[in-house]
Design a protein around this ligand. Sequence first.
Ligand code: RNT
Ligand code: ZN
Length: 416
Amino acid sequence: MNEAQILKSYEIARERYAALGVDTDKAVETLERTPISLHCWQTDDVVGFESGQALSGGIQTTGNYPGRARNIDEVRSDVKFAKSLIAGRHRLNLHEIYGDFGGKFVDRDQCGPEHFESWIQWARENDMKLDFNSTSFSHPKSGDLSLANPDSNIRSFWIEHTKRCRRIADAMGKAQGDPCIMNIWVHDGSKDLTVERKRYRELLAASLDEILREDLPGMKNCVEAKLFGIGLESYTVGSMDFFEGYCATRKVMYTLDTGHYEPTENVADKVSALLLFVPELMLHVSRPVRWDSDHVTIMNDPTLDLFKEIVRAGALERAHIGLDYFDASINRIGAYVIGTRATQKCLLSALLEPLAKLRVYEDSGCGFQRLALLEEAKTLPFGAVFDYFNYKNGVPVGPEFIPEIEKYEREVTSKR
Ligand code: RNT
Ligand code: ZN
């Protein structure tokens, strides 16, 4: 598409939306200033730089497409390249195992802000802010239980790790002048029947209370609920009910991973209910296929509905957008870019909903009119607005990013 076509299509789209009371310029501006936290782990199949331990903790990547990032320089290069194909200013979400350990083995109870100095500097140079995650999987002490382990030695090890991670996040937040959001996800659960459901949950709550005790104003905490893990199918300590209660009583941000619910559950419906009782949401936008398979995010109905619910709830400021998928079966940078652009498409589509008019219909009991407009909104010239957004921000429009990724593969990732 050439410039004239993009602008002409956008002009027409702007008028079509304006006729329904929607300001497309405003929607584009909102999209531009809404950061997406890019998950560094899409570049290397969640391996990190600690010791190359096999992925454990109930999560799994499938596929072995060539070109995985093998070290800190390759991860940085891939993130930087992916970012160049995505409009807007974004954040980078790091896990503890991605520290700059300088070739030395640094155990999880030894990590500190010094291992993330170079990331803080790199992020500043590349105009990104950092988010963070403690890492309790892929370690000899991970087992089936970490923060909920009845063995106080193992439990203390993970409490110490998570406390240190909070201090790292605090240092990041202070350095970037904006709170670093740190996610705590633990895989704790049981493969087979357990008669100690309550006991493990008591332990998890107590461990978290201890971890969160230190006042660290440079960071914000979020905790992630889950349905089940591979090899941990019968019981998950940190279930949705557990974390809903925990977040509501402790006033902690809830991490809503779209792959962590029953396959027929409506994840979008949770937004308004949770936001009445928890302070904020962290989203892990993913795509479950039959299970928590972490397929690449696409513009599908569940994701569109999720963002519509956030916009309808007026909750864009209280819902932080992060990605969480790991596909190793296709070009990983391609997967990164498809998923991030798809997330932006879903948010834009939500921002372009003729909400004021729909609400008037709803308030006056006009059920047919409301359904008709919801249907018609689906075929409005959304694509022209998304193309304009990318054009305006100097990134490839439409499928133009495909050859760019092919070139990077030829020149960089295929040589690894
Ligand atoms: C696992 C959780 C968690 C991880 C990342 C790597 O089921 O979704 O968020 O995917 O921390
Ligand atoms: Zn997640």
